[in-house]
Design a protein around this ligand. Structure first.
Ligand code: ZN
Ligand code: ZN
Ligand code: ZN
Length: 77
């Protein structure tokens, strides 16, 4: 079933609804944002724990060493 394209969260280009990466900027989860790696619950940036399974959502970035949200990309660098 074809769906409607939605704007990418990162670059605002339209992305097919089932795309796993934005064709314009290449970032993953372009529409729905990060999800929990354990239970796949949708997560919002800034949350400290997964509301479903309790997984801590703060991680140290391997590039800049700062504490960041456990999402697809570091929020600091
Ligand atoms: Zn994009
Ligand atoms: Zn979870
Ligand atoms: Zn970083």
């Amino acid at each position: 079933m074809p769906g409607y394209s939605r704007p990418c969260r990162y670059c605002d280009q339209l992305v097919p609804p089932d795309a796993e990466a934005c064709p314009a900027c290449g970032k993953v989860n372009p529409i729905y944002g990060p999800s929990c790696p354990i239970c796949r619950t949708h997560l919002e940036t800034g949350w400290k724990k997964c509301p479903s399974c309790g997984l801590p959502l703060e991680a140290t970035c391997p590039k800049c060493g700062k504490l960041t949200f456990l999402g697809d990309y570091c929020t600091q660098c």
